[in-house]
Design a binder for this molecule. Structure first.
Ligand code: PEP
Ligand code: MG
Length: 577
């Protein structure tokens, strides 16, 4: 039976393919004592043998579809499965303690993991903890008769259905076969949505229940343009959506013609349209979509996609490759924004009642200075390779900004003392995402080279509505006059003090928001690479003279977000007729 779900349109395009459920089964168990030790050991040995042949199979498929490097992790898993020290220890534990295999596996694995994690002077061995965790999960699933999802082994076209998607899940997906994403949770600014856009995959997030509504292998349509998901569609629906997908691709091809053109309005005013990236792997998309700069490199993905803190050299390599890849155009790199909804398996931080109001971003960096200093050194060294802006996230007070800057200057002085080259055109900026910073923009502007407005957070903090909470999505209002006044105040505060101001929140690439921002005189618009050409095309149709009154009207005459949506849509219709 056909079923339609409504979610949030997170990444443009249409996909039609069978569902692939990327859902972890419940692996909980009870510890029991056993009488027939031999039978329990052979049940356990069978689970190990089944896990081994499963991993061999996944490795072979991953090698073919993802390449040698991505498949190596499975070789590491096979080594553990074949290691008598590990697997034998579990058998011994069953015999000695007369407990069920699940409990013996759990206890032994925890022991190994804590030994590996404790090897702080041997990063290679520390990384093995993650492998032991993965292998144990697989053996456990076999013991419990459950099936683990194996994204690396996907070898036919699918739509991936998940509760949420992490960077490491996505790293294992082969774009050749994965045609789209649908998730239960998240909004347009969720990290899964941001990743879908950088992979140019149609995606719908925040459906609430897709993992329960669809079964593995059922055909489905993902409409990333309007946020619809159709499970078991009729033939007519498949035809209709395929046509919609083709029309979208045709439109995209039209926009593509603007790739090498400058970003100018109809009356010849020039602005910068930049790209947001998460990893150096996003660089092809930056160039294919004609970005004029990188307005936000979210470095936390480097930390999230790694089994331990990335070293200074590993960070330096990543930053340098992006800066060099920009061939003289500016790159803005943001220091890590961990906390809130972004966690690291290897960094055990205290649970918080309100993580988005907790120790995240610059707050976490200032409380963990050594980790912050390592990142700053890597950034400063990379600044020798092209124009770089270092940007601090979530600054709320001048005290935080001054502290972050003084640590940066201290590291810079130390590097220069040692004869290490640091770039001459290094800029230092901050994000405006806490309302307190927007309100005091004129004061902050005297102490930085640029601002970048992070609307994803600014909106949630202004309306006090968690950006990831679907049931509050009605309060997540980019066009609310309160948010617009804060943005305008920030832009005015920047310009009165002679600094440039950009926006790297999702609102910068929103077609309704864009004319308002243009009217406010925002200098730089940084967005998912796939939005760039759509916005460049819109910019070409707009004359700043026609938009003169728009900012004031949107901020001071309109009373609601809906008023503003209507205001802009009517204006665009009039201007582009
Ligand atoms: C923002 O808050 O607008 C932003 C760009 O940062 P992030 O989405 O990474 O929190
Ligand atoms: Mg933010």
């Amino acid at each position: 039976m056909t079923k339609t779900l409504k979610g949030i349109a997170a990444s443009d395009g249409i996909a039609v393919a069978p569902a692939y459920l990327l859902v972890e089964p419940d692996l909980s168990f009870n510890k029991t004592s056993i009488d027939d030790v031999e039978a329990e050991v052979s049940r356990y040995e069978k689970a190990v043998a089944d896990s081994t042949s499963e991993v061999e199979n996944i490795r072979d498929i991953a090698k073919k579809s993802l390449g040698e490097e991505e498949s190596q992790v499975f070789d590491a898993h096979l080594m553990i499965l074949n290691d008598p020290e590990f697997t034998g220890a579990i058998g011994e534990q069953i015999k000695n303690s007369k407990i069920n295999a699940e409990a013996a596996l759990d206890e032994t694995a925890k022991n190994f993991i804590s030994i590996f994690e404790g090897m702080t002077d041997n990063p290679y061995m520390q990384e093995r903890a993650a492998d032991v965790r993965d292998v144990s999960k697989r053996i456990m699933a076999h013991l419990l008769g459950k099936k683990l999802p194996n994204p690396a082994s996907i070898d036919h076209e699918v739509v991936v259905v998940a509760h949420d998607l992490t960077p490491s899940d996505t790293a294992q997906l082969n774009k050749k076969y994965v045609k789209g994403f649908v998730t239960d949770i998240g909004g347009r600014t969720a990290h899964s949505a941001i990743m879908a856009r950088s992979l140019e995959l149609p995606a719908v997030v925040g459906t609430d229940s897709v993992t329960k509504d669809v079964q593995d292998g059922q055909n489905m349509i993902v409409d990333g343009l309007d946020g619809d998901v159709i499970i078991e569609p009729s033939e007519d629906q498949v035809r209709e959506y395929k046509e919609k997908g083709e029309a979208f691709l045709k439109q995209k091809a039209e926009w593509q013609k603007l790739k090498d053109e400058p970003s100018v309005t109809a009356d010849g005013k020039k602005f910068i349209i930049a790209a947001n990236i998460g990893t150096p792997n996003d660089m092809p998309g930056v160039h294919e979509n004609g970005a004029e700069a990188i307005g936000l490199y979210r470095t936390e993905f480097l930390y999230m996609d790694s089994s331990d803190f990335p070293t200074e050299d590993a960070q330096f390599d990543a930053y340098k490759s992006v800066i060099e890849g920009m061939n003289g155009k500016q790159t803005i790199i943001r220091t890590m924004d961990i906390g809130g909804d972004k966690h690291l398996d290897y960094w055990d931080l205290p649970e918080e009642m309100n993580p988005f109001l907790g120790v995240r971003a610059i707050r976490l960096s200032l409380q963990n200075e050594e980790i912050f200093r390592t990142q700053l050194r890597a950034l400063l060294r990379a600044s020798a390779y092209g124009p770089l802006g270092i940007m601090f996230p979530m600054i709320g007070t001048l005290g935080e900004l001054r502290k972050a800057k003084s640590i940066l200057n201290d590291e810079k002085a130390k590097l220069i003392d040692k004869g290490v080259k640091v770039g001459d055109d290094l800029q230092v900026g901050m994000m405006i995402e806490v309302p307190a910073a927007a309100v005091l923009a004129d004061q902050f502007a005297k102490e930085v080279d640029f601002f970048s407005i992070g609307t994803n957070d600014l909106i949630q903090y202004t309306l006090a509505a968690d950006r990831g909470n679907d049931s509050l999505s009605y309060l997540y209002q980019p066009y609310n006059p309160s948010v617009l006044r804060l943005i305008k105040h920030t832009i005015d505060g920047a310009h009165e003090n002679g600094i440039w101001v950009g926006m790297c929140g999702e609102a910068a690439g929103d077609s309704t928001m864009f004319p308002i921002l243009l009217s406010m005189g925002l200098d730089e618009y940084s967005m998912s690479a796939t939005s760039i050409l759509r916005i460049r095309s819109l910019m070409k149709k707009l004359n700043t003279e026609d938009l003169k009154e728009l900012a004031n009207q949107a901020c001071f005459v309109s009373e609601t977000a809906e008023d503003n949506e209507k205001l802009v849509n009517d204006l665009i219709e009039k201007l582009t007729k």
